[in-house]
Design a protein around this ligand. Structure first.
Ligand code: UDP
Length: 237
C-alpha cells in the first residue's frame, strides 16, 4: 500500500489517499486545539498515543461485533483505514456530567447520570458543533432513520465495552465522542477513540487523564496521555 497525496488536514489528523481507492492513510498529529480552536498548542507524543490507543479500541470493538474503519497500523502515528464518507453528526455518550453539559444545563460536574445520555452534535466549526436531535438530522438529511438507529445502538454498546474495560484499569469513562462513516452502503464506526475524544478519570483519585488537562491548563498533559495509554494497552510510548 502506498501513501499518496494529502486529501485533508484536520485539527488532529491528516488524511492521505493511497493507491487503493478503498483505503485512507491517517497520520495523527501532536497539535491540540480546544474551545472550537480558540486555544491552540502541542502535546508531545499525542499523535502516537492517539494512534495506538485508537487501534487498540478498534481491534477490541471489532472482536465484539462493532464494525469500524480500522485496517492496520502503519507506524507509531499512522494507520490505514477504510475510506469512509464521514457522517456530519457527532455522537456523544455521557455517564457522568462534565464539560459542555454542565455549562448548557447547569448540572454540577461529577454528577453521576441516572443512565447514559446520548447527544448528537452537528459537525460544524463555524457553528461551534451545536447539539441537535433526530428531527434535525432527518430534516437536514445528515443520516437516515436506519443509520441513526445503528449509530445509537453502536454508541451504547461501545459505552458498555469501554466502561467495563477501563474499570479493569481503574479508569472511569466519564463521556466520549464518536463519529461514523459510510462504507459500501453501511454506516461503521470511524474517526478515533483517544484521550482527545474521551474523558478518563482515575477511579481512585479522580485525576483527569485526558484533554481536559490541556483545556484547563492543569499541567502534566503529556504524562496523562502516556499514563492512559499505558494503563489501557499495557504499552508505554
Ligand atoms: N468531544 C470531542 N470533540 C468535540 C467535542 C467534544 O471529542 O468537538 C468529546 C470531549 O472530549 C468529551 C465529550 O466529547 O469527551 C463531551 O464533550 P463536551 O460536549 O463536554 O465538550 P467540551 O467540554 O469539550 O466543550
Amino acid at each position: 500500500m502506498q501513501k499518496l497525496e494529502q486529501l485533508y488536514e484536520g485539527k488532529a489528523k491528516k488524511v492521505f489517499k493511497t493507491d487503493n481507492d478503498n483505503r485512507y492513510w491517517i497520520q495523527y498529529k501532536d497539535d491540540a486545539t480546544a474551545f472550537n480552536a480558540q486555544k491552540k498548542g502541542t502535546i508531545a507524543g499525542k499523535g502516537v498515543v492517539n494512534n495506538k490507543m485508537s487501534a487498540y479500541w478498534f481491534l477490541l470493538l471489532a472482536e465484539r461485533g462493532i464494525e469500524n474503519h480500522f485496517v492496520e497500523l502503519k507506524s507509531d502515528n499512522e494507520m490505514l483505514v477504510k475510506a469512509v464518507e464521514i457522517v456530519q453528526t457527532e455522537v456523544i455518550i455521557r455517564n457522568i456530567a462534565a464539560g459542555s453539559i454542565c455549562r448548557r444545563l447547569g448540572i454540577e460536574e461529577g454528577k453521576e447520570l441516572p443512565f447514559p445520555i446520548l447527544e448528537f452534535c452537528l459537525k460544524s466549526d463555524e457553528l461551534g458543533d451545536p447539539v441537535i436531535n433526530e428531527d434535525h438530522i432527518l430534516a437536514m438529511e445528515l443520516a437516515t432513520k436506519e443509520e441513526i438507529a445503528k449509530m445509537k445502538d453502536y454508541a451504547h454498546k461501545i459505552n458498555d465495552i469501554l466502561k467495563e474495560e477501563l474499570l479493569k484499569n481503574d479508569i472511569i469513562l466519564v463521556d466520549f465522542k464518536i463519529e461514523f462513516g459510510r462504507y459500501q452502503g453501511e454506516v461503521i464506526l470511524a474517526d478515533e477513540i483517544s484521550p482527545d475524544t474521551c474523558r478518563f478519570w482515575d477511579a481512585n483519585t479522580m485525576e483527569k487523564l485526558d484533554k481536559d488537562r490541556f483545556r484547563r491548563d492543569l499541567g502534566g498533559v503529556e504524562e496523562a496521555y502516556q499514563e492512559a495509554l499505558k494503563r489501557i494497552t499495557g504499552e508505554k510510548k
